[in-house]
Design a binder for this molecule. Structure first.
Ligand code: 2AM
Ligand code: CA
Length: 261
Protein backbone atom coordinates (compact mmCIF):
# COMPACT_ATOMS: atom_id res chain seq x y z
CA UNK A 1 0.00 0.00 0.00
CA UNK A 2 1.25 3.49 -0.86
CA UNK A 3 2.37 5.60 2.10
CA UNK A 4 -0.36 8.20 1.54
CA UNK A 5 -3.16 5.64 1.34
CA UNK A 6 -1.77 3.85 4.43
CA UNK A 7 -1.86 7.16 6.29
CA UNK A 8 -5.42 7.79 5.13
CA UNK A 9 -6.43 4.30 6.36
CA UNK A 10 -4.78 4.86 9.75
CA UNK A 11 -6.54 8.21 10.14
CA UNK A 12 -9.89 6.72 9.13
CA UNK A 13 -9.55 3.84 11.62
CA UNK A 14 -8.40 6.13 14.44
CA UNK A 15 -11.22 8.60 13.89
CA UNK A 16 -13.80 5.82 13.73
CA UNK A 17 -12.48 4.07 16.86
CA UNK A 18 -12.28 7.32 18.83
CA UNK A 19 -15.88 8.29 18.06
CA UNK A 20 -17.18 4.80 18.83
CA UNK A 21 -15.24 4.56 22.11
CA UNK A 22 -16.63 7.94 23.18
CA UNK A 23 -20.21 6.92 22.40
CA UNK A 24 -19.78 3.60 24.25
CA UNK A 25 -18.27 5.57 27.16
CA UNK A 26 -21.28 7.90 27.25
CA UNK A 27 -23.66 4.95 27.32
CA UNK A 28 -21.69 3.18 30.07
CA UNK A 29 -21.41 6.35 32.17
CA UNK A 30 -25.18 6.21 32.77
CA UNK A 31 -25.02 3.44 35.34
CA UNK A 32 -27.94 1.02 35.55
CA UNK A 33 -29.69 0.57 38.90
CA UNK A 34 -29.37 -3.20 38.64
CA UNK A 35 -26.93 -5.44 36.85
CA UNK A 36 -27.69 -8.72 35.08
CA UNK A 37 -24.59 -10.77 35.68
CA UNK A 38 -23.40 -13.86 33.91
CA UNK A 39 -20.51 -15.81 35.37
CA UNK A 40 -17.70 -16.89 33.07
CA UNK A 41 -14.80 -19.03 34.37
CA UNK A 42 -15.63 -18.46 38.08
CA UNK A 43 -17.52 -16.16 40.50
CA UNK A 44 -14.61 -13.73 40.11
CA UNK A 45 -14.90 -13.69 36.32
CA UNK A 46 -18.18 -12.24 35.08
CA UNK A 47 -19.77 -9.98 32.48
CA UNK A 48 -22.72 -7.66 33.04
CA UNK A 49 -25.46 -6.81 30.56
CA UNK A 50 -23.56 -3.53 30.09
CA UNK A 51 -20.52 -5.42 28.71
CA UNK A 52 -22.85 -6.97 26.13
CA UNK A 53 -24.60 -3.64 25.36
CA UNK A 54 -21.24 -1.93 24.86
CA UNK A 55 -19.99 -4.67 22.52
CA UNK A 56 -23.26 -4.51 20.54
CA UNK A 57 -22.91 -0.74 20.06
CA UNK A 58 -19.23 -0.99 19.06
CA UNK A 59 -19.78 -3.84 16.57
CA UNK A 60 -22.82 -2.17 14.97
CA UNK A 61 -20.96 1.11 14.47
CA UNK A 62 -17.83 -0.56 13.05
CA UNK A 63 -19.86 -2.61 10.57
CA UNK A 64 -21.99 0.40 9.57
CA UNK A 65 -18.78 2.16 8.53
CA UNK A 66 -16.67 -0.81 7.32
CA UNK A 67 -18.77 -3.87 6.53
CA UNK A 68 -15.89 -6.04 5.25
CA UNK A 69 -13.75 -5.81 8.42
CA UNK A 70 -13.33 -8.71 10.82
CA UNK A 71 -14.13 -8.47 14.53
CA UNK A 72 -12.94 -10.28 17.66
CA UNK A 73 -14.77 -9.19 20.83
CA UNK A 74 -14.47 -10.44 24.40
CA UNK A 75 -18.21 -11.00 24.73
CA UNK A 76 -18.44 -13.20 21.65
CA UNK A 77 -18.26 -11.04 18.53
CA UNK A 78 -16.44 -13.10 15.92
CA UNK A 79 -16.39 -12.23 12.26
CA UNK A 80 -13.84 -13.01 9.61
CA UNK A 81 -12.21 -10.16 7.73
CA UNK A 82 -12.65 -9.66 3.99
CA UNK A 83 -10.73 -6.36 3.97
CA UNK A 84 -7.52 -7.41 5.77
CA UNK A 85 -8.49 -5.34 8.84
CA UNK A 86 -9.72 -7.04 12.02
CA UNK A 87 -10.95 -5.15 15.08
CA UNK A 88 -10.07 -6.43 18.55
CA UNK A 89 -12.48 -5.15 21.18
CA UNK A 90 -12.82 -5.19 24.93
CA UNK A 91 -16.20 -3.47 25.45
CA UNK A 92 -15.46 -2.97 29.18
CA UNK A 93 -11.95 -3.63 30.38
CA UNK A 94 -12.03 -3.63 34.18
CA UNK A 95 -15.56 -4.99 34.55
CA UNK A 96 -15.12 -5.48 38.30
CA UNK A 97 -14.21 -1.79 38.70
CA UNK A 98 -17.24 -0.85 36.57
CA UNK A 99 -19.54 -3.03 38.67
CA UNK A 100 -18.25 -1.54 41.96
CA UNK A 101 -18.25 2.04 40.57
CA UNK A 102 -14.49 2.37 40.92
CA UNK A 103 -12.49 4.39 38.35
CA UNK A 104 -10.32 3.05 35.58
CA UNK A 105 -12.69 0.82 33.62
CA UNK A 106 -12.30 1.56 29.95
CA UNK A 107 -13.24 0.74 26.40
CA UNK A 108 -10.36 -0.79 24.46
CA UNK A 109 -10.52 -0.88 20.66
CA UNK A 110 -7.69 -1.93 18.33
CA UNK A 111 -7.50 -2.69 14.62
CA UNK A 112 -4.91 -5.09 13.22
CA UNK A 113 -3.66 -6.00 9.75
CA UNK A 114 -1.35 -8.76 8.53
CA UNK A 115 1.62 -7.15 10.29
CA UNK A 116 0.00 -6.78 13.71
CA UNK A 117 -1.84 -4.06 15.59
CA UNK A 118 -2.18 -0.93 13.45
CA UNK A 119 -4.13 1.43 15.71
CA UNK A 120 -5.32 1.40 19.31
CA UNK A 121 -7.68 3.48 21.45
CA UNK A 122 -8.19 3.18 25.19
CA UNK A 123 -10.89 5.46 26.60
CA UNK A 124 -11.39 5.73 30.37
CA UNK A 125 -14.26 8.20 31.03
CA UNK A 126 -13.70 8.19 34.81
CA UNK A 127 -10.10 9.36 34.26
CA UNK A 128 -11.01 11.86 31.51
CA UNK A 129 -8.38 10.06 29.48
CA UNK A 130 -8.33 8.93 25.88
CA UNK A 131 -5.08 7.31 24.76
CA UNK A 132 -4.39 6.57 21.13
CA UNK A 133 -1.53 5.25 19.03
CA UNK A 134 -0.83 4.07 15.51
CA UNK A 135 2.00 1.80 14.43
CA UNK A 136 5.04 3.99 13.82
CA UNK A 137 3.00 7.14 14.58
CA UNK A 138 3.65 7.61 18.32
CA UNK A 139 1.34 7.53 21.33
CA UNK A 140 -0.88 10.28 22.72
CA UNK A 141 -2.99 11.07 25.80
CA UNK A 142 -5.85 13.48 25.08
CA UNK A 143 -4.00 14.58 21.94
CA UNK A 144 -0.61 15.20 23.60
CA UNK A 145 2.44 13.03 22.85
CA UNK A 146 3.46 10.72 25.71
CA UNK A 147 6.59 8.83 26.70
CA UNK A 148 7.48 6.16 29.24
CA UNK A 149 9.35 7.10 32.42
CA UNK A 150 13.11 6.65 32.57
CA UNK A 151 13.12 4.49 35.73
CA UNK A 152 16.33 2.45 35.81
CA UNK A 153 16.33 0.80 39.23
CA UNK A 154 13.71 -1.33 40.96
CA UNK A 155 13.94 0.69 44.21
CA UNK A 156 12.64 3.85 42.43
CA UNK A 157 9.95 2.07 40.44
CA UNK A 158 6.18 2.22 40.86
CA UNK A 159 4.76 -0.98 39.40
CA UNK A 160 1.28 -2.30 38.74
CA UNK A 161 0.02 -5.82 38.38
CA UNK A 162 -3.24 -7.76 38.39
CA UNK A 163 -4.40 -11.00 39.95
CA UNK A 164 -5.79 -13.98 38.10
CA UNK A 165 -9.38 -15.17 38.35
CA UNK A 166 -7.86 -18.59 39.13
CA UNK A 167 -7.35 -19.18 42.88
CA UNK A 168 -4.23 -21.39 42.62
CA UNK A 169 -2.61 -18.83 40.31
CA UNK A 170 -3.50 -16.06 42.82
CA UNK A 171 -1.60 -17.88 45.58
CA UNK A 172 1.47 -18.09 43.34
CA UNK A 173 1.11 -14.39 42.44
CA UNK A 174 0.88 -13.49 46.14
CA UNK A 175 4.22 -15.22 46.77
CA UNK A 176 5.79 -13.38 43.86
CA UNK A 177 4.51 -10.01 45.15
CA UNK A 178 5.77 -10.80 48.67
CA UNK A 179 9.28 -11.25 47.24
CA UNK A 180 9.12 -8.09 45.12
CA UNK A 181 7.40 -5.56 47.40
CA UNK A 182 10.40 -4.91 49.73
CA UNK A 183 12.54 -4.04 46.71
CA UNK A 184 10.40 -1.55 44.75
CA UNK A 185 8.89 1.90 45.44
CA UNK A 186 5.40 0.37 45.60
CA UNK A 187 2.93 -1.85 43.77
CA UNK A 188 -0.54 -0.81 42.60
CA UNK A 189 -3.45 -3.07 41.67
CA UNK A 190 -5.71 -0.72 39.78
CA UNK A 191 -7.96 -3.32 38.12
CA UNK A 192 -7.93 -2.63 34.37
CA UNK A 193 -5.14 -4.04 32.23
CA UNK A 194 -5.49 -1.68 29.25
CA UNK A 195 -5.25 1.39 31.49
CA UNK A 196 -2.26 -0.13 33.34
CA UNK A 197 -0.48 -0.41 29.97
CA UNK A 198 -1.48 3.17 29.09
CA UNK A 199 -0.26 4.43 32.48
CA UNK A 200 3.13 2.90 31.64
CA UNK A 201 2.94 4.69 28.27
CA UNK A 202 2.32 8.08 29.87
CA UNK A 203 4.79 7.60 32.73
CA UNK A 204 2.15 7.38 35.50
CA UNK A 205 3.52 3.92 36.24
CA UNK A 206 7.11 2.81 35.67
CA UNK A 207 6.24 -0.79 34.86
CA UNK A 208 3.48 -3.38 34.71
CA UNK A 209 3.29 -7.16 34.64
CA UNK A 210 0.39 -9.59 34.61
CA UNK A 211 -0.47 -13.13 33.52
CA UNK A 212 -3.70 -14.29 31.90
CA UNK A 213 -4.32 -11.36 29.55
CA UNK A 214 -6.28 -12.10 26.41
CA UNK A 215 -5.78 -10.50 23.01
CA UNK A 216 -8.51 -7.86 23.65
CA UNK A 217 -6.88 -6.80 26.96
CA UNK A 218 -3.52 -6.29 25.28
CA UNK A 219 -4.06 -5.18 21.67
CA UNK A 220 -4.69 -1.42 22.07
CA UNK A 221 -2.79 -0.82 25.32
CA UNK A 222 0.21 -2.85 24.11
CA UNK A 223 0.55 -0.72 20.96
CA UNK A 224 0.13 2.50 22.97
CA UNK A 225 2.86 1.41 25.42
CA UNK A 226 5.25 0.41 22.61
CA UNK A 227 4.68 3.61 20.69
CA UNK A 228 5.48 5.53 23.88
CA UNK A 229 8.86 3.77 24.09
CA UNK A 230 8.05 0.74 26.26
CA UNK A 231 9.20 -2.79 25.64
CA UNK A 232 6.24 -5.15 25.93
CA UNK A 233 7.15 -8.83 26.13
CA UNK A 234 6.47 -12.13 27.82
CA UNK A 235 8.98 -14.07 29.93
CA UNK A 236 12.64 -13.97 28.86
CA UNK A 237 11.91 -11.83 25.81
CA UNK A 238 9.22 -14.14 24.38
CA UNK A 239 6.21 -12.40 22.79
CA UNK A 240 3.68 -10.86 25.21
CA UNK A 241 0.61 -13.03 25.65
CA UNK A 242 -1.53 -15.01 28.05
CA UNK A 243 1.50 -16.56 29.78
CA UNK A 244 2.96 -13.16 30.74
CA UNK A 245 3.01 -9.46 29.86
CA UNK A 246 5.88 -7.27 31.10
CA UNK A 247 5.77 -3.60 30.02
CA UNK A 248 8.28 -0.88 30.96
CA UNK A 249 10.92 1.40 29.50
CA UNK A 250 13.96 -0.55 28.23
CA UNK A 251 16.16 -0.29 31.37
CA UNK A 252 13.44 -1.30 33.82
CA UNK A 253 12.08 -3.90 31.41
CA UNK A 254 15.43 -5.71 31.52
CA UNK A 255 15.38 -5.74 35.35
CA UNK A 256 11.75 -6.87 35.53
CA UNK A 257 12.33 -9.63 33.00
CA UNK A 258 15.18 -10.90 35.17
CA UNK A 259 13.05 -10.75 38.34
CA UNK A 260 9.79 -12.12 36.99
CA UNK A 261 10.64 -14.02 33.84
P1 2AM B 1 -11.74 -7.69 32.13
O1 2AM B 1 -12.21 -6.70 33.13
O2 2AM B 1 -12.08 -7.33 30.72
O3 2AM B 1 -12.10 -9.10 32.50
C1 2AM B 1 -7.71 -7.34 35.96
O4 2AM B 1 -6.48 -7.77 36.46
C2 2AM B 1 -7.54 -6.96 34.51
O5 2AM B 1 -7.07 -8.09 33.76
C3 2AM B 1 -8.80 -6.55 33.82
O6 2AM B 1 -8.40 -5.69 32.80
C4 2AM B 1 -9.35 -7.85 33.27
O7 2AM B 1 -10.13 -7.66 32.11
C5 2AM B 1 -8.07 -8.50 32.84
N1 2AM B 1 -8.12 -9.94 32.76
C6 2AM B 1 -8.26 -10.63 31.64
N2 2AM B 1 -8.20 -11.92 31.85
C7 2AM B 1 -8.04 -12.08 33.17
C8 2AM B 1 -7.93 -13.22 34.01
N3 2AM B 1 -7.96 -14.46 33.52
N4 2AM B 1 -7.81 -13.02 35.33
C9 2AM B 1 -7.80 -11.75 35.83
N5 2AM B 1 -7.89 -10.65 35.07
C10 2AM B 1 -8.00 -10.80 33.77
CA1 CA C 1 -13.90 -7.06 29.41
Amino acid sequence: MKQSSQLALVNELLELAEGIAQRAGEMLSIRPENFDINEKSSARDFATHMDHASEKLIVAEILAARCDDGIIGEEGANRESKSGITWVIDPIDGTVNYFYNLPGWNISIAAKDSQGVLIGIVYAPTLNSLWHASRGGGAFLNGRPIHVSNARVLEDSLLATGFSYDVAERVRQGEQIAALIPRVRDIRRLGAAAVDLCHVASGSLDGYFETGLKEWDLAAGGLIAREAGALVSGRKGSPAGEAMVIAAGPALHALLTEEIG
